[in-house]
Design a protein. Structure first.
Length: 142
């Protein structure tokens, strides 16, 4: 092996070593990612489930780990229940490929999703209305 080849090999080894050390040293200083869903309702204190997991009562905040479709159920006695699907789309810094580069920056990346649900008062069934009318009639006759 000639002196030029030996020198070239040493330079490549040195560059690789410096990059490896830099990668290991810089990893703890990489930015973090925070993903939170905030759920509010009108009125407050409605029970919430995300994908059949009980997450609490509104208003609430919960962490999430993946983007896509979430099945959301919101229930409060005396109000019509809500059962619907909500979609969470990944922001630019969470797109495949870009997410790796973004993770190497020393900044904290946040994805915050806000969902609000307006609960409508429950409408009584026909049987409930008939029962209430009969009770009212009995109280008037007495």
């Amino acid at each position: 092996m000639s002196d030029a080849e030996t020198f070239d090999t040493r330079i490549k080894f040195l560059a690789f070593s410096v990059l490896s050390v830099f990668s290991v040293v810089s990893m703890p200083s990489c930015g973090s990612v925070e993903r939170r869903i905030t759920v509010t309702s009108s009125p407050d204190n409605a029970h919430v489930w995300l994908n059949d997991t009980d997450v609490g009562y509104t208003p609430l905040e919960v962490d999430f780990t993946w983007f896509g479709t979430y099945e959301v159920r919101v229930y409060k006695p005396g109000y019509e229940p809500i059962h619907e699907n909500r979609e969470i789309h990944a922001p630019l810094h969470e797109q495949p490929g870009i997410d790796f580069i973004a993770a190497m920056t020393p900044f904290k990346k946040s994805t915050r999703i806000d969902w609000h649900f307006d609960l409508a008062p429950a409408t009584p069934s026909d049987d409930e209305l008939i029962l209430r009318a009969q009770e009212l009639q009995l109280s008037i006759d007495e």
